[in-house]
Design a protein around this ligand. Structure first.
Ligand code: ZN
Ligand code: ZN
Length: 363
């Protein structure tokens, strides 16, 4: 995988990013995936927490919103070993390490009832390389697209792919990123009359975007209506120079699984300080970092955004705080680095009838 000129491309060559593979989920009774020695923990890019805060502001897009949880200040006042921690843990010179998240291996209601109240339901997507069909929920898979609706193209001037640093001639076809059917994600509220969510993006680097993100577009559809009108058979595939590998997901099937997760960067400051001693005690007792048992930092629907950096919650044009719709992160099977295991977080405003959405990107 080629590293692109995104925000984390200056990552030290000696650093080895931890692969986050999450196994086991609520109800499955399975909690596998070894977690081994976190000897030398630090932020993946060596930035201090204060620098992260500044960095995050630089990578924000669209409207800047006040952080409801007030966690920016909390992060700025953080210290090594305090929460929240960046998920991307590094072991200097060591082998890749799997970070596991299977939910708390203990009864949180007993140990930290105050934290239990911050639990949010989320649907983990668990992407696995495969050959999903147009009527399957997928990441990077073929889409159930109406035959009479042209496939979207991006014509943003100046978009480019590393290492060409030149724009493709004309427009570039968007690429399928997420397709979810209501039957697979029962927790997700679909707008009336729809039962399919689709997200595509232009897989190029966009200079208009301070974070150089791909530009997502969201669609809500009715499966029945699309089938009745016929499905587009030939979805165009971007050619060399029309995409950046960092943002090209490999087709994956998904195994949506509901879980409860807890805040990482969105941890309210006062509560974090109050709970810190008990959380550290639990970390010690179970040998698990907070992010390993509390935060689903992966591809998911709902719950907390899988931020890599301090939160930057968007508001819509009418000043409503938007809700987190889904997170797309660079899990291994997707073969999509997103600037070193970064993520794109999509937000939606349900208070506005036109359902405006926007995204954030960090890594
Ligand atoms: Zn573009
Ligand atoms: Zn709104």
């Amino acid at each position: 995988m080629v590293t692109t000129a995104t925000c984390c491309h200056l990552l030290a060559a000696s650093a080895v990013a931890v692969r986050r593979t999450v196994h086991g989920a609520e109800g499955s009774g399975v909690a596998t995936s070894a977690v081994v020695g976190f000897g030398d923990l630090r932020h993946h890019d060596g930035r201090t927490l204060e620098e992260n805060l500044s960095h995050s502001r630089q990578t924000s897009q669209v409207s800047d919103a006040p952080d409801q949880a007030g966690s920016s200040a909390q992060v700025a006042s953080g210290r090594r070993g305090s929460l929240p921690k960046c998920r991307k843990l590094l072991i200097r010179g060591g082998p890749p390490v799997t970070q596991s998240f299977a939910g708390p291996p203990f009864d949180l209601d007993d140990l930290i009832p105050e934290l239990a109240t911050l639990g949010r339901r989320t649907t983990l997507l668990w992407p696995e390389s495969g050959s999903p069909g147009v009527r399957d929920s997928s990441l990077g898979g073929p889409m159930l697209w109406p035959a009479d609706e042209p496939w979207p193209y991006c014509g943003q001037p100046g978009h480019w792919a590393w290492p060409n640093e030149k724009s493709p001639a004309g427009t570039a076809p968007m690429v399928p990123v997420v397709q979810l059917f209501a039957r697979d994600v029962p927790q997700l509220q679909f707008p009336e009359g729809t039962d399919v969510l689709q997200l595509v993006w232009c897989a190029l680097i966009h200079p208009q975007d301070p974070a150089c993100a791909a530009l997502p577009q969201l669609y809500w559809r009715s499966e029945k209506e699309v089938l009745a009108g016929g499905v587009l058979r030939d979805i165009p595939v971007p050619q060399q120079g029309e995409y950046d590998e960092d943002f090209m997901p490999r087709p994956c099937t998904v195994s949506p699984t509901q879980m409860t997760e807890y805040p990482n960067w969105d941890f309210p400051e006062e509560l974090r300080h109050a709970l810190q001693p008990r959380i550290e005690e639990i970390e010690e007792r179970f040998g698990l970092e907070y992010t390993q048992w509390a935060c689903a930092l992966q591809n998911k629907v709902g719950g907390y955004p899988a931020w890599n950096q301090p939160p930057n919650w968007p508001v819509c044009e009418r000043d409503h705080r938007m809700e987190h719709l889904l997170s797309i992160t660079g899990e291994a099977d997707l073969d999509m680095d997103m600037g070193d295991m970064g993520g794109i977080y999509v937000f939606l405003c349900r208070q506005c009838p036109e359902l405006p959405y926007t995204h954030r990107y960090d890594c």
